[in-house]
Design a binder for this molecule. Sequence first.
Ligand code: DC
Length: 238
Amino acid sequence: MNELNSQSWVASQKLKVAIDGPAGAGKSTVAQQLAHKLGYLYIDTGAMYRAATLLVVRAKVPLDHQMAIAELVSHSTIELAPADANSQSKVQVFLNKEDVSLAIRQEAVTAATSAVSAVVPVRELLVNKQRQLAKDGGVVLDGRDIGTVVLPDADLKIFLTATPEVRAKRRYDELCALGEKVEYETILSNIVARDHKDSNRAVAPLRQAQDAVMILTDHMSVPQVVDTIIKLADKRQA
Ligand code: DC
C-alpha cells in the first residue's frame, strides 16, 4: 500500500477545497470528480469515520461506551491510499492495513457512524490526520465540518445541498436500480431524521461556514456542479 502523501503530490499554489453538506447531497461523487479534474488529492473524511465505526462494530463495543471506543480507535491505524497508481482522486480505505473500502459501506456500519463520529477523542484523532494530509494544499476534502473545524483556512468552501425530497428521490432511484424494494416515504423520513441528528449534535455539527458558497443541486447534474466549483476555484487562483 502506498499511503497518500500530500507533500510529494502538490506543488505550491494548489488550493485547499472544502466540501460540506448533508447526507445524500452527492458530495463524494462531486469531490472525487473535482479532484480528478484538478489533479488533486481526494480525502474522503466520511470513509475515515466509517472505518473507525467498522472497528467498533466488529469488536462489539456498545455504542454508548465512549471511552472504550476512543481507546480502541486510538490503538488502530486508519489510512487512505490511492486505488489507482495514476490518480489520487479515487481512494481505498485501510483499517490496520486491511482494505475495508467495501466493508465500511454496510448498513450496520452506516447506522452506527453517527454514534462513533460523536466521540470527541475519535474526532480529534481523525481531524489531526485530515489536517496533516491537507497541509500542503492540492486537496479536496468532503465531510460535515471541513470548512468550519478541519480547515477554517480553506481557500474555497462549498456547502453542497439539495432539498430532502430530491435527495430521497435520488437514493430511491439508486436502490431501485439495485433491485431493492424500498418505500420512498421511508427513505425521506430517514433523511430528515439524519439531517436533524447531524445538525443538532453537540460536537462539530453540520452547518454552513460563513464564507462557504452554497450550491443547491436540485436541478443540476454532477458535471454542472463540478464545472461550477472549478470556475470558483479558478477565481480563487487568479
Ligand atoms: O459522508 P458519509 O456518509 O460517508 O459519512 C459517514 C458518517 O461520518 C456520517 O455519520 C457523518 C460522519 N462524518 C462526520 O461526522 N464528519 C465528517 N467530516 C465526515 C463524516
